[in-house]
Structure formats: structure tokens, C-alpha cells
Design a binder for this molecule. Structure first.
Ligand code: ADP
Ligand code: TZD
Ligand code: MG
Length: 495
């Protein structure tokens, strides 16, 4: 009798002990940090994880191919400033997601690629597991940071590190490797809960130095023909009102890079998009805000920029970006919200607007170019040509400025970028820094999911072919989307 009682009391705490496991800890860690959407393709070893995440209230969107899920996650990061999450199986699924992870890193979008993987013991001895691959090693050079979690008790820290790496400083892609065995690992529930980390201030403000602000404003004051270039970093920063105030107070003409279109409406009196080649050539001081002097800006030199000496001011969160292509006379390192606010404050009450003759010359050039284009956009040619078709789409976008415009192709991309005006920030999503084909449907899905707004995707026929099967995913989730394909039976062809 006494013996039985002893046994019972010893057994009691064990049966009453509440347990948790890797599955639940990953789900709770995501939810705790507001990561409420997963884009992915299920399979071993993450099938149950997806199901359980869905049951726990996370939106899990299931695709036909990981690449599209990856692009969806990448653009979700751009749109929300939270890392977009892509979930894949091991080896082939992981590799299919990797292009998007590298793309996110190249474009400075925060994203986390979570892939299930085989057990370390088997991978490291190369014993031929199902979908065996040393994924962490392969991901590392292609993203901003890569982590693996081996113990359930480290899941909270692992996810916290992934989130911070993705969104702080220059945003980028992070790989998180979760071996199959981790999901089933069991631990005390209370200890598990305590091990989770709610990331506080994941992307801390980076305040520019007062000296840097003064130097930049001094360079700007000396300008006769100043120009502002807004890049997609400025769109990402979501400092729309401050950027508009800076542009308007300075009176300086600005050119938006393609995904920065709409931070101010393209119809703004200071928008020099339609006089791009003239202002790049003739300007004497150029202030870059969240735009790199990479190939998209001809590296800041050569014919595009003309012979006249030029001074560059660059506002960017990444100090190493400065002097990457040409000398930067006034580097302003910090987050765009803080930098633009500091520039505005430094300008004070009595800032003299940009020289009137320069502004007038830019406006005249812009109006000339717009007038030249207008009749082409109204043509009714048969077969339909780019200009006639884009003229129609341009009107549709004007009538529906809240809709998101996704764009890829070669001519379809270049012409739409110039012709279709955007009116609101972060409404134009396109091929980005690499000019990659295949973003179209993944971007569209995430845009609809993250914003709830309708999406218009304008696609070259070749571009559409890269992700066309994701149409099934779009229909399955009944997303508010319209795809227009410019079908000229190939790449860079005519009408
Ligand atoms: P685009 O292609 O539109 O010219 P890029 O992708 O070349 O734009 O440049 C974006 C830049 O914006 C990157 O150099 C990146 O470091 C910077 N950036 C991104 N987010 C921020 C931010 N919040 N504050 C400051 N700079 C940022
Ligand atoms: N593969 C990937 C992933 N990205 C690429 N950019 C290319 C290949 C090469 N490429 C371009 O740069 S544009 C393009 C390809 C294949 C397709 C252009 O044809 P399109 O558009 O039909 O989409 P247009 O209007 O006919 O030019
Ligand atoms: Mg084509």
C-alpha cells in the first residue's frame, strides 16, 4: 500500500507536466512577432507544421512552386517592413526558394526562408538521406544571414535573430534551417514559453550625424541645377509625408526609380521622370535617397551623366554603399525617415528653393516629351501596339490609384514604366535590381494578400511563362487580380 502511494506521487508530476514541442514553439514564436502569413509548398518534413500553423491561425498560402512562394514572401517584406516568410521542404524545395531569397537580399527586402532539412548526423556523413543537402552552407553566400536551430529551447532565439537580421540596417534575406527532428522535440511547456523572444524595436532608428546633415545641406545650397533621385529604399522606408515635404520645400526636380514611382504622384509639378535623360546629364548636384548608383543609374558616370562635374549626396542606411561607384561628396548614413526629418529641420524656415531657370527648363522638357507621347498613346492600331494598349491601362490606373501594378517583361516593362503614371506609394512592383523574370504572379498574390487591394499585372508573354502556373493559386484563393499579357510571341519582339 505504502509502496503504491510512493509510486503514484512520483508519477503524478510527470503525467501532469504540460509539454510542448518544436512545431508549437516555431508557430508561437512566429505569432508572438506578428509574422501571421506563410507562403510555401508543403511536404516532408514540414507538412504537419503547415497544417498546425494554419490551425493556430496563421495564414498559410500553398503554391504550386516554391519560387513563386519565395517571390511572394520577398515582396510581402517590401510592402510591410516585416520579413515575408517562405516555407519549403528540403533540398529541391529549398533550392527553388533560394532564387527568391537571393533576389530579396539583392533588392534589400526583408524575408525569411524557412526550410525543413534532414538530420545533421546523416547529412554530415553523406549517408544519403531523403532529400539530403547541406542547405545552410549553400544558403550562406546568397543571403544576409543564415541560422540553424538544433534544440527546441533555441527556437525563440533563432527566430529573433532571423527577424533582426532581416529588417535591421539594410534589409535582406535570411535563411533559417530547421531539421526534421527539431519539430518533434518535446520540452516543458512553461520553459518553452519562456524561451520565446518578442523582438523589441527590430529595426532601430539610425539617426544621421548632425555634421553629415550640415555637409549635405551645404552642398545642396551651392547647387545651380540640383536633382533628387528617389529609389525603392525610399518607398520601403514608408516616410512618404516627410519625403514629399522635403521635395516640395526644396523645390528641386526629382526622378523616381521605377518602384519609387508614386511616393509623390507622377503628375507632381516637380516630377522630372519624363525629362530623365536631360536632368541626369545637366544636373550639377544629385541627392540620392534610397537609390544605389548601380547599373540602373549607369553607375553614376559615362554618357548618361554628361561631362559637367557633378556632386553626389547619398542618403542610405548602409555606410558601405558610399563611394561604391563614384565619389560621394556628402554621405548621409541613417534610416530615411530620420535622415529626411533631419534634412528638413536643417533647412529651417528660410530655405531658398531651387533656381527658377533650372526648374523652368526641366518643366519645359518634360512637357515637350509628354506632348510628343500623347498621340501615340491614343492610337487604335491593329494589331494593337504597346503604346495603344498601355494608353488604355494608363487610364485604368488613373481611375483606380489604389490598385497595385505588377510589371515584368522587356519592352512590356520598359514602356509601361515610362507610360503608366503611379499616384500612390508602393503601388508599382516590378523586376527590381536584377531585372528578374518570374516575379509576376508571386508578387501579385502577396500584394493582394498583404494589402487587400486589387492587383493589375502587366506581363510580357515570356515573362508570364515563368510563373504562369501560379494562376491556379490565384484562382484557388479567389484573389482580386487581373493579368494582362502583351503577347508578341516572344522576347523583345514587335507588336
Ligand atoms: P532603386 O533600384 O530603386 O534605385 P536600390 O535597391 O538600388 O533602389 O537602393 C535601395 C537603397 O535603399 C539601398 O542602398 C538600401 O540600403 C537603402 N535602404 C533601404 N531601406 C532603407 C531605409 N529604411 N533607410 C535608408 N536606406 C534604406
Ligand atoms: N531569365 C530570368 C530569370 N530573368 C531574365 N531577365 C531573363 C531570363 C532574360 N530576359 C529578360 O531580361 S526579359 C525576358 C527574358 C527572358 C523576357 C522578355 O519577353 P517578354 O516581353 O515577352 O516578357 P516583351 O514585351 O516581348 O519584350
Ligand atoms: Mg514578348
Amino acid at each position: 500500500m505504502a509502496e503504491a502511494a510512493v509510486k503514484e506521487s512520483a508519477a503524478a508530476p510527470e503525467t501532469e507536466q504540460e509539454l510542448t514541442d518544436g512545431f508549437n514553439l516555431v508557430i508561437e514564436a512566429l505569432k508572438l512577432n506578428g509574422l501571421d502569413t506563410i507562403y510555401g509548398v508543403p511536404g516532408i518534413p514540414i507538412t504537419d507544421f503547415g497544417r498546425m500553423a494554419q490551425a493556430a491561425g496563421i495564414r498559410v498560402l500553398s503554391f504550386r512552386h516554391e519560387q513563386n512562394a519565395g517571390y511572394a514572401a520577398a515582396i510581402a517584406g517590401f510592402l510591410t517592413k516585416k520579413p515575408g516568410v517562405c516555407l519549403t521542404v528540403s533540398a529541391p524545395g529549398f533550392l527553388n526558394g533560394l532564387t527568391a531569397l537571393a533576389h530579396a537580399t539583392t533588392n534589400c527586402f526583408p524575408m525569411i526562408l524557412i526550410s525543413g532539412s534532414s538530420e545533421r548526423e546523416v547529412v554530415d556523413l553523406q549517408q544519403g538521406d531523403y532529400e539530403e543537402m547541406d542547405q545552410l552552407a549553400i544558403a550562406k553566400p546568397l543571403c544576409k544571414a543564415a541560422f540553424r536551430v538544433l534544440h527546441a529551447a533555441d527556437i525563440g532565439i533563432g527566430l529573433a535573430r532571423a527577424i533582426r537580421a532581416a529588417v535591421s540596417g539594410r534589409p535582406g534575406g535570411v535563411y533559417l534551417d530547421l531539421p526534421a527532428k527539431l519539430f518533434g522535440q518535446v520540452m516543458d511547456a512553461e520553459k518553452g514559453r519562456k524561451s520565446l523572444v518578442k523582438v523589441i524595436d527590430a529595426a532601430p532608428a539610425q539617426i544621421p550625424a548632425p555634421d553629415a546633415i550640415k555637409r549635405a545641406l551645404d552642398v545642396l545650397k551651392g547647387a545651380k541645377r540640383p536633382l533628387i533621385i528617389l529609389g525603392k529604399g525610399a518607398a520601403y522606408a514608408q516616410a512618404d509625408d516627410a519625403i514629399r515635404a522635403l521635395v516640395e520645400k526644396s523645390g528641386i526636380p526629382y526622378v523616381p526609380m521605377s518602384m519609387a514611382k508614386g511616393i509623390l504622384p507622377d503628375t507632381h509639378a516637380q516630377c522630372a521622370g519624363a525629362a530623365r535623360s536631360t536632368v541626369l546629364k545637366d544636373s550639377d548636384v544629385v541627392m540620392l535617397i534610397g537609390a544605389r548608383l548601380n547599373w540602373l543609374l549607369s553607375h553614376g558616370k559615362g554618357k548618361t551623366w554628361g561631362d559637367a562635374p557633378k556632386k553626389f549626396i547619398q542618403v542610405d542606411i548602409e555606410p558601405k554603399e558610399m563611394d561604391s561607384n563614384v565619389e560621394i561628396a556628402a554621405p548621409v548614413v541613417g534610416d530615411i525617415g530620420s535622415c529626411v526629418a533631419a534634412l528638413l529641420a536643417g533647412m529651417g524656415e528660410k530655405w531658398t528653393a531651387a533656381p527658377a531657370d533650372w526648374s523652368k527648363a526641366v518643366t519645359a522638357k518634360r512637357e515637350e516629351n509628354v506632348a510628343k507621347m500623347a498621340p501615340r498613346l491614343m492610337n487604335n492600331n491593329s494589331p494593337m501596339d504597346y503604346h495603344g494598349a498601355l494608353g488604355v491601362l494608363r487610364t485604368i490606373v488613373k481611375e483606380r490609384p489604389d490598385a497595385i501594378f505588377v510589371n515584368e517583361g522587356a519592352n512590356t516593362l520598359d514602356l509601361a514604366r515610362g507610360i503608366v503614371d503611379m499616384y500612390k506609394p508602393r503601388k508599382r512592383l516590378d523586376v527590381g535590381t536584377w531585372g528578374v523574370m518570374g516575379i509576376g504572379m508571386g508578387y501579385s498574390i502577396a500584394a493582394a494578400i498583404e494589402t487587400g487591394k486589387p492587383v493589375l499585372a502587366v506581363e510580357g508573354d515570356s515573362a508570364f511563362g515563368f510563373s504562369g502556373m501560379a494562376i491556379e493559386t490565384i484562382c484557388r484563393y479567389e484573389l482580386p487580380m487581373c493579368v494582362v499579357i502583351f503577347n508578341n510571341a516572344g522576347i523583345y519582339r514587335g507588336t
